[in-house]
Design a protein around this ligand. Structure first.
Ligand code: ATP
Ligand code: MG
Length: 445
């Protein structure tokens, strides 16, 4: 992409109403524009990152054999009357009446709709196990929408639902989701710690929330510092292997890590004092196993091997896709702007032309741009007739992890400059080596 032809409405001043750094930076870097409280337009740069996060989620769900689909945002109220949640949900639910006076709602989540669908189509244990998911906009009329996309009213969520014949199979689905979530967040450059949480109105005994540690997080969390040393990394995992998934769950949940809702001071004190941490965290996902409650209410029954009709064991699993943008920026920025992890960066590198209009500099930039593009990479070329200082400030603000700087002086010696956004370190090299370096960085991602 050439910046002169892009739509990147950068703000020079800090927006007064943005209280936390991710909100400020998303507005300043031209990623989002508020439409009304807690509702945002995703401008091209924000939209690009959002799509990258979605892709990572899809790829990791596919590895575990979970099946993507898409349910609508608007749902009939009657579905929610069946589960008993229509009245229970309260003012967070946006209720809508259509022209025929039918009661509708903008879905805050999809347990009812998917369970009804499975009740319709699945009649035998032979169709199980089954995990379906979608990535769809949700609406919750939050009392206090704030912090930009972190607590929006309209927000994008991946929500998945497993349907199993037995509790044992459903707990395997639970463990499988824990593994996919660990891998998903790590690919996004985040450490999200699974913490024992409160199941809230959904009910059930098993639930973990995934929290990214950040001072601006809304949850208070208590954990054993050893947990921050754990990494899933690039180890291989067979998602069909129940014991393997169970052992990952044990590895990542055996140490003390809880949100304030489940915190137990006595149990916490069994952790050696020097390892006890009290901090704040951003909830970026949650997994649940809740048994057969919904299935019974919504009639999701199957014929088991013995011919008896039994209700399905269910769980649901959510990732806050749009909130993740804010969480990643909270975890990765400096006073100049965003620092995107390579796995989610909107563009792989920036190209800064120090002397736009200079034949040689323009030609070298065009050649770099074409070569990188031919390798399947996406550079963002700042080809505007602007001062070098302004171009650097823009690149630092939008946070591409690598910058290639091209100017007549370097070109005289046959070199360009490659700079890391994270460390600020620069290296001179030939354009060919610069291309090879950038290509190598992204090769495994
Ligand atoms: P919270 O406690 O933050 O209100 P929740 O527990 O009600 O969230 P879930 O029903 O678990 O949310 O939804 C799954 C994920 O969706 C959450 O982990 C979070 O990342 C995201 N999410 C929930 N509410 C919002 C919101 N208002 N804005 C953006 N993302 C949200
Ligand atoms: Mg939650």
């Amino acid at each position: 992409m050439r910046l002169s032809r892009y739509f990147l409405p950068i703000l020079k001043e800090n927006p007064a109403d943005a209280q936390i750094v991710s909100h400020r930076l998303m507005l300043r870097a031209g990623m989002i524009k508020q439409a009304s409280a807690g509702i945002y337009s995703w401008l091209p740069m924000g939209f690009k990152v959002l799509r990258k996060l979605e892709n990572i989620v899809h790829e990791e769900q596919a590895c575990a054999g979970h099946i993507p689909m898409l349910m609508p945002t608007l749902q009939p109220a009657d579905l929610w009357r069946k589960s008993g949640r229509y009245d229970a949900y309260g003012p967070e639910m946006l209720r809508i009446t259509d022209r025929h006076d039918r009661e509708m709602l903008y879905g805050p989540t999809n347990e009812e709709m998917i369970t009804d669908m499975v009740a319709n189509f699945v009649g035998s244990y032979k169709s199980l196990p089954l995990t379906l998911y979608h990535i769809q906009w949700k609406f919750r009329d939050e009392v206090r929408p704030r912090f930009g996309v972190m607590r929006g009213r309209e927000f994008l969520m991946k929500d998945g639902y497993n349907f199993d014949l037995t509790k044992e199979d459903a707990l395997h689905a639970y463990n499988r989701h824990l593994v996919t979530y660990l891998r998903t967040y790590e690919r996004m450059g985040l450490q999200a710690i699974p913490m024992r949480a409160d199941s809230g109105p959904i009910g059930g005994d098993y639930t973990h929330e995934f929290l990214v540690l950040a001072d601006t997080g809304e949850s208070e969390v208590f954990y054993d510092s050893e947990i921050t040393d754990l990494k899933f990394g690039d180890r291989a995992i067979d998602f069909e292997d129940k014991a393997a998934c169970q052992s990952v769950l044990e590895e990542f949940t055996s140490r003390y890590a809880r949100t304030d809702e489940t915190h137990d001071e006595t149990a916490f004190h069994e952790v050696p004092e020097e390892r006890r941490r009290v901090a704040r965290g951003i909830e970026v996902g949650q997994i649940f196993y809740f048994g057969t409650e919904y299935s019974e209410k919504m009639g999701a029954m199957v014929q088991g091997e013995d011919g008896q009709r039994v209700p399905l064991h269910m769980g649901s699993h959510g990732i806050g896709v749009s909130r993740l943008l804010g969480a990643i920026i909270e975890a990765s920025h400096d006073d100049k702007g965003i620092i995107w992890p390579e796995g989610v960066t909107p563009y792989n590198c920036g190209i800064v032309n120090l002397k736009q209009g200079d034949e040689e500099a323009d030609g070298a930039c065009d050649a770099l741009y074409d070569s990188l593009t031919a390798l399947g990479l996406e550079p963002l070329y700042d080809d505007r007739k602007e001062r070098a200082g302004g171009k650097f400030a823009t690149m630092d603000l939008i946070g591409l992890p690598w910058r290639i700087t091209v100017g007549p002086r370097g070109l005289k010696n046959g070199v360009v400059e490659v700079t890391s956004r994270r460390t600020g370190e620069s290296e001179e090299m030939t354009p060919e080596l610069a291309i090879a370096k950038i290509a190598a960085i992204y090769a495994g991602l």
